[in-house]
Design a protein around this ligand. Sequence first.
Ligand code: GLC
Length: 437
Amino acid sequence: MLHLRTSKSQLMSRISQKFKSPIVIFFTVLIGILLISVPPAFTKQPVVLNLLMTAPDAQTWKQTVVKDFEAKNPGIRVNVIEGPNATNLIEDMYTSAFVLGDSPYDLVNMDVIWTPKFAAAGWLMDLSDRMTKEQLSVFSPKDVDGGRYEGKLYRIPMRSDVGMLYYRKDLLKSAGFNPPETFADLLKISKALKEKDKVNWGYLWQGKQYEGLAAMFVEVLQGFGGYWVNPDTLEVGLDQPESIKAIAFLQETIQEGIAPAGVTTYQEEETRRIFQNGEAAFVRNWPYAWPLGNADDSPVKGKIAIKPMVGTPGQNGGACLGGWGLGIAKNSKHPEEAWKAIQYFTSEAAQRKFILQAGFVPSRRSLFTDPQIVAKYPHYPEILRVVDQAVLRPPIAQYAQASDILQRYLSSALTNRMNPEKAMKAAAAETKRLLKT
Ligand code: GLC
């Protein structure tokens, strides 16, 4: 640029010596000044940050935080690339790009379960020095922990998430039922409402072989007092009696017609649509389903309530911690711009707007009791309590493989291709072998 400026001014002075008329000199100087003072922003292309995410998330991002960030930072553009709905498919896309090297992504929108794998593989920049303890203390500790690996920080939480039970408060009330506390209550109320022809289905859950199946199962398993992998001892609990009871409960919902047989092919969106259409009494889902269920065109608007998942007597229901955060790809050519974007996307103002639009769960604790947010989502103070008690899926570098093992055997058991005991024995043995490697 300096070299360019020098040659431009030399050129100007040569021209002005040749044409001595004052008017020519005036215009020459004016053009020279204009040439020299063109700000770099007009001569440079904006920096483009590539960011891949699930298609439903992408819409909200583009309409809210990306639009605002670009308006405040004209030199930076965020290119949101829309991927499939299932988190594990997005993970596969990031993984293949990183494995091939020279990935096109600058920002990495990461599910809470990916950090150990991505960090261990060396695909992420270490962000530990970018934030102080005080700056991190405003986020829910479990969301921050989900971004750590071997003591270093790789992901800043953008939003939290937690599995909840949705129910039709109008139907329960008119049939004289209190909200269920146990699996037995859930089955009983479901059967009664079905018998009265109030609904086609009692309880819907995510049964397809994908990550959502693992998240849903963690909750039922915890409700029965069981566990998947103990992250401290690496003990595997899948072949324990609690796990067999959890499968038996899910199977019973299908056998009794409380859930349709097709539930074993459903992801979150299929279950949400059926519930929102007024066809089911209960559904397990994440909080994003709340504003959609209460939208003006929703048949169940104003008729739904949300509560923590049920458990067994004396055992609280389980809550699976989900959530998404941002990291920077190790090979990004724009780490400073990427960090600027992360700071904005995880800021209080950006999160507030994002949440008011989409019903996602904040990662900043103050927003759970923020007057604007509580006015729209009165259940958020309770969701904070559930988030605090929620369980992380095993935070291990081999998580993707461990989850794949669970998904495969669980799906075989739920679709009657394998006996549950045999399936869980095999799942436990494979998981143990994996954890040894
Ligand atoms: C939600 C959760 C995420 C989880 C996924 C499973 O997006 O935030 O943590 O893995 O659902 O489908």
